[in-house]
Design a binder for this molecule. Structure first.
Ligand code: HEC
Ligand code: HEC
Length: 99
């Protein structure tokens, strides 16, 4: 692994900002560092998320179906806050955050 995980900052998910706006939520801020402290890298990479910013096409249906954020032991379980708490993941800006 060439990238030092200490260098990974919060990752913004906002490719679906238009759909999110319609649903009344804004871009998602994923705190990578916090998740590194809770789980080993291989807990997520590459099984749940390919380790490259922007390549994972996450939808709420997939989260609900047990993929990505909703994978076993994650936000579809008692281990973490549940998927219905939209604002824990989504900001309320309704506009793109990156640059
Ligand atoms: C809880 C899940 C989780 C854990 C644990 C985790 N990551 Fe990630 N990682 C992610 C997500 C989500 C992304 C963003 C993927 C995207 O944007 O589609 C990511 C992105 C990355 C990237 C790409 C960064 C970039 O700018 O392209 C690297 C490299 C990476 N992780 C390495 C690691 C390493 C090393 C560890 C362990 C120290 C680790 N990850 C632990 C979920 C995790
Ligand atoms: C555990 C974190 C998390 C929670 C909680 C969450 N989301 Fe999401 N949601 C995401 C991520 C990550 C994406 C991907 C965004 C992107 O790539 O642009 C997403 C995408 C979306 C999208 C666009 C894609 C699609 O599925 O249509 C909508 C709309 C959405 N979320 C609505 C909601 C609503 C409404 C709630 C609460 C009922 C919610 N989300 C709760 C993480 C979460």
């Amino acid at each position: 692994m060439s990238v030092n995980a200490d260098e990974i900052k919060d990752i913004v998910f906002e490719s679906k900002v238009a759909d999110m706006k319609k649903a009344g939520v804004g871009p998602v801020i994923f705190p990578h560092k916090l998740h590194e402290q809770l789980y080993p890298c291989k807990g997520c990479h590459p099984k749940i998320f390919i380790e490259k910013k922007g390549v994972n096409e996450v939808t709420m249906q997939q989260n609900i179906d047990g993929k990505y954020c909703g994978a076993a032991g994650c936000h579809n379980s008692a281990e973490a806050f549940p998927l219905y708490l939209c604002d824990k993941c989504h900001t309320n800006t309704h506009e793109p955050l990156d640059q």
